[in-house]
Design a protein. Structure first.
Length: 301
């Protein structure tokens, strides 16, 4: 099957490599010419414009968009919607807000173009292990691209599926990432408690390795945690600053809108926000309050 791909950053390029390894033909395009060079050396055909990309694909065309969510995705889709024809399909695999996906699906449908939103998980390991694909959109359109999804997934019958109509794929991925926030925070807090019990002189990498086998808390996240602890047990080379892609925020907002309590995910998000405040005014004020009402000592800056 021949597929167009827009966005040849690390994840997009790895997805293209996995597809080529399964026998699919790829025509890639990225606004940064250097992004296509490595993939072209591996046998992929690359285009130097949206027009060239569309012209290189047989009708009905299928184009997978793998660029950062937000303005980059919006601009890419605006370029494609005027160039594609009825019967073509666009697949959007970034971390877009599901409401944007629903809006975009309506825009493309007005032109007779199918729009499939695919929540994609797997990160840098997807090339070797396969990607988890949560797919939203018309069932017939999804079925037409089954060979692509089967090739990207860990196996033909595992790790992928149509979960619902337009927006469902990105909604499911949003909740997936919210759960991920909570899991990561729980591991981080647990290992922090272990580290602070200094009189027991615990080897955190050893503990992680023990838990990886047979324990009820074993998981791929724990596997990765163990690797990180082996490389740098004290985390001395890592700054205590945790970013977020936005999907944790959207998950919390959705929980509020639906009146669903989600304290673990919410607190995990707040912990990430807290990690970025190197000069916390609130913490300074808390110390000042304790001094005012109780005469407690404060540490000077």
């Amino acid at each position: 099957m021949k597929l167009g791909m827009v966005g040849l950053g690390r994840m997009g390029a790895n997805m293209a490599r996995r597809l080529m390894g399964a026998g699919h033909s790829i025509v890639g395009y990225d606004p940064l010419p250097t992004a296509a060079e490595a993939l072209r050396a591996e046998g992929a055909v690359t285009a130097d414009s949206f027009d060239a990309l569309v012209a290189a694909l047989p009708a009905p065309r299928a184009v997978w968009v793998m660029v950062p969510a937000g303005e980059a995705t919006e601009a890419t889709l605006e370029n494609l919607v005027t160039r594609l024809a009825p019967g073509d399909t666009v697949v959007e695999g970034g971390n877009s807000n599901y409401k944007d996906s629903q809006r975009r699906a309506r825009t493309f449908a007005d032109r007779g173009i199918d729009y499939i939103d695919v929540g994609t998980s797997g990160g840098v390991w997807g090339l070797a292990e396969g990607y988890s694909l949560m797919i939203g959109g018309d069932s017939a359109a999804v079925e037409r691209l089954r060979p692509i999804f089967e090739s990207l997934a860990p196996a033909k019958d595992r790790g992928w599926g149509r979960v619902g109509p337009s927006g469902a794929g990105h909604f499911t991925k949003m909740i997936h990432n919210g759960i991920e926030y909570g899991l990561m925070q729980a591991y981080a807090e647990g290992f922090s408690i272990l580290k602070h019990k200094e009189d027991l002189d615990l080897d955190l990498h050893q503990v992680a390795e023990i838990w990886r086998h047979g324990s009820v808390v074993r998981s791929w996240l724990l596997d990765l945690t163990s690797s990180a602890l082996k490389a740098d047990p004290a985390m001395a080379t890592i700054a205590p600053h945790v970013s977020d892609s936005g999907e944790g925020r959207w998950t919390v907002q959705e929980a509020i809108d639906l009146d669903v309590p989600a304290p673990v995910i919410t607190l995990a998000l707040l912990a990430r926000l807290r990690s970025r405040d190197d000069e916390s005014y609130a913490d300074r004020l808390l110390a000042a309050m304790r001094q005012q009402f109780g005469g407690h000592a404060v540490k000077k800056a």
